[in-house]
Design a protein around this ligand. Structure first.
Ligand code: B16
Ligand code: MG
Length: 220
């Protein structure tokens, strides 16, 4: 029985991937290698430090621990300057209406994001108050596909993982939901998110009734 919904942030509630792309692109320029949108796909749902490791491989350059911290924080400053421009108009289509429907039905709402900037993004979007639990990159030691971020969310809500539905746009996030024993709605391309229980392209396609009907059928 569905008792809670756990949402990823980037790519599900708001599209900040373009800002990550631009900020990492500046690092790529600094180290003089090509960084494409296709490369950026590999960074979705991946933590900041793991993203830097992927870029180091792409650009074939090495950094010691201190340099890694310095470059990651340089990228984050650039990223933060971009997200300063976010407003409630940047919430992805249908999200607000869906969150409203969950609230009215008394279904728990949690955030499960790899981003350490998640709290400030939610503030800028003016949706913090919807969330009964917020788990972000500051509170987990194991990145997705490890289920830690979602299991902590379920625990804070006091709901069993089998009664939770995760919304994810990244393959690693879908895998994390599955490993956590939760159902998963993929937001994006059915090819990339093939392991999700159902896939939508945006929240305008989804109502609470559709979700419950579809997920009940999966259980039966
Ligand atoms: P930060 P999500 C993830 O957010 C992004 O998809 C990923 O591209 C980013 O590297 C990661 O957050 C860390 O973000 O640098 O802000 O801590 O999709 O898990 O909400
Ligand atoms: Mg995401």
């Amino acid at each position: 029985m569905m008792k809670a919904c756990l949402f990823d942030l980037d790519g599900v509630l708001v599209d900040t991937a373009i800002y990550h792309f631009r900020a990492w692109g500046e690092l790529a320029q600094k180290y003089n290698f090509e960084f494409t949108e296709e490369h950026n796909e590999k960074l979705k749902g991946v933590s900041r430090m793991d993203s830097l490791e992927i870029l180091m491989k792409l650009g074939s350059f090495g950094l010691n621990h201190e340099q890694k911290l310095k470059e990651a924080s340089w990228k984050n400053e650039i990223y933060c300057s971009y997200i300063e421009t976010l407003t409630p108009n940047d919430i992805l289509p249908g999200v607000k209406e869906f969150l409203d429907a969950l609230k009215v039905s008394g279904i728990g709402i949690a955030l499960g994001s790899a981003s350490k900037n998640a709290p400030s993004i939610l503030e800028r979007l003016e949706i913090t108050s919807y969330f009964d639990a917020i788990i972000d990159g500051n509170q987990v030691s194991n990145a997705k596909p490890d289920p830690e971020v979602f299991l902590k969310g379920a625990e804070q809500l006091g709901v069993a993982p089998s009664d939770c539905i995760v919304f994810e746009d990244a393959e690693a996030g879908v895998e994390a939901a599955i490993r956590g024993g939760m159902k998963c709605v993929g937001v994006g391309s059915p090819e990339v998110l093939a392991r999700a229980d159902m896939v939508i392209s945006n929240f305008n396609e989804l109502s609470l009734d559709i979700l419950i009907t579809k997920m009940d059928r999966e259980v039966a």
